[in-house]
Design a protein around this ligand. Structure first.
Ligand code: BG6
Ligand code: MG
Length: 212
């Protein structure tokens, strides 16, 4: 029986997936590599460090460990410049209604994000109070597609994996949910997000009547 819902952040609650793309694209251009939409799809849900490792592989570029650290910091600064402009109006369609309905039905919500900026973004959009548990990249040792992010969130809420549904916009995240023994609902195209039991365009399309 389902008792709780676990939400990814970037691309599920707000359009920060797009900001990550803009910032990575700018960095990739310095390596003379044009980051495509398809590349970006493969980076969704992937940690900051692993994303840069992949981009360097695609660009066939070698950089020093010092440069690697510096480039991570620069990418994050560009990303945070965009986040700085965000406010409660930047929630994706249907998010407010989804949260209100969950609260009305007393269904606990957790956040399970690969981002170290998760709390900053949640504060910006005014949603930090909506979650009974928040798990971000700083609390886990293995990122998505490993299930640790979501199993930690479930534990913090006090539920087993089979009592949780995960909402994700990334393939890595869907895989993380499924390998953790949870159900997975995808936000996005079925062709990009194989394995999910249901595909919706945004949280507003989720029908709480289907909760069980
Ligand atoms: C995930 C995003 O939520 O967080 C990735 O889908 C991003 O695109 C990752 O790289 C890490 O985010 P941050 O904010 O820690 O750089
Ligand atoms: Mg995401």
């Amino acid at each position: 029986m389902i008792k709780a819902l676990i939400l990814d952040l970037d691309g599920v609650i707000c359009d920060t997936a797009h900001f990550h793309y803009i910032a990575w694209k700018r960095l990739a251009a310095e390596y003379e590599y044009e980051l495509s939409e398809a590349d970006n799809e493969a980076l969704k849900g992937v940690s900051r460090v692993d994303s840069l490792i992949r981009i360097l592989q695609w660009a066939k570029k070698d950089i020093s460990p010092e440069q690697f650290e510096q480039d991570l910091l620069r990418k994050n600064a560009w990303y945070l410049d965009m986040v700085e402009e965000m406010g409660p109006n930047d929630l994706l369609p249907g998010v407010s209604t989804f949260v209100e309905t969950a609260q009305k039905l007393q269904i606990p919500l957790a956040l399970g994000s690969a981002s170290k900026n998760a709390r900053t973004v949640l504060n910006k959009v005014g949603l930090i109070q909506a979650f009974q548990a928040i798990v971000d990249a700083s609390q886990i040792s293995r990122g998505k597609p490993d299930p640790e992010t979501f199993t930690t969130a479930a534990k913090l809420l006090g539920f087993g994996p089979n009592e949780c549904i995960v909402f994700e916009d990334s393939l890595a995240g869907i895989q993380a949910a499924l390998s953790g023994g949870m159900r997975a609902i995808a936000i996005g195209k079925p062709s990009d997000l194989l394995g999910a039991e249901l595909h919706i365009n945004n949280l507003g399309e989720y029908n709480f009547a289907d909760f069980q």
